[in-house]
Write a protein that binds this ligand. Structure first.
Ligand SMILES: CC(C)(COP(=O)(O)OP(=O)(O)OC[C@H]1O[C@@H](n2cnc3c(N)ncnc32)[C@H](O)[C@@H]1OP(=O)(O)O)[C@@H](O)C(=O)NCCC(=O)NCCS
Length: 183
């Protein structure tokens, strides 16, 4: 386990046209924009119907992370307009196993520019080198072909098919181990 201070004050990561910083309360407005977009949420387990859903999510899902012994979540910011366009983060960590699970979402206007692949690779580096994890897992709905591509391009290996308990859909689990990881 790493210290609470380190979980809370995560480093900013520069990725060229975008950068990653910890999620802030005011992000709820930009989060509502993509969380209310049915194209974005069609294979996800959540969506925001009302602005209050985004406010509750920032407070209870994102800003509460360190108090739940998880690192602060990263917000993805597009530098040219300083807009918060998505999140990528470790939403689950088993500190005994030193294994974390990542998730991500990005505003539809910014899809297919390679941004999430950059973010995913940065999260893997953060997981192994900052959080000192030994393995990282990720899942996607079998129909989510763009997430599958991000996962493959990031260096994850396919582990197994499973049925999601949340959606009852066929889903796929992948893993990357620190021992196999090459930056
Ligand atoms: C999945 C998601 C994060 C991808 O983000 P992104 O920034 O567009 O990803 P990238 O640009 O890095 O890579 C996307 C890849 O998917 C490919 N792709 C896009 N649509 C596709 C489709 N319908 N079929 C197959 N491949 C597709 C792109 O061509 C690209 O691959 P390439 O580099 O080999 O050409 C984004 O679409 C999203 O936020 N979706 C909604 C939320 C979500 O699904 N989150 C993941 C849950 S597991």
């Amino acid at each position: 386990m790493i210290e609470l201070e380190k979980l809370t004050n995560i480093p900013t990561i520069d990725l060229g046209e975008i950068y990653l910083r910890a999620v802030e309360y005011e992000d709820y407005k930009d989060m509502f924009e993509y969380g209310n977009d049915p194209y974005v949420t069609k294979t996800l387990t959540w969506k925001y119907d009302e602005i209050d859903d985004a406010i509750n999510s920032v407070k209870n899902v994102f800003l509460s992370r360190p108090s739940r012994l998880l690192p602060s979540a990263y917000a993805i910011v597009y530098k040219a307009n300083n807009k918060m366009i998505g999140t990528c983060d470790f939403h689950t960590i088993d500190w005994d196993l030193k294994q974390g699970e990542i998730g991500y979402v990005i505003n539809r206007k910014y899809w297919n520019k390679g941004y999430m692949t950059l973010c995913s690779k940065a999260l893997i580096d953060f997981g192994f080198n900052y959080l000192e994890l030994e393995s990282i897992i990720i899942t996607h709905d079998a129909k989510n072909t763009s997430s599958k591509r991000v996962i493959e391009k990031s260096g994850f290996r396919f582990v197994k098919d499973f049925i999601s308990s949340k959606t009852s859909n066929l889903s796929k689990l992948y893993q990357i181990k620190k021992t196999d990881y090459r930056k």
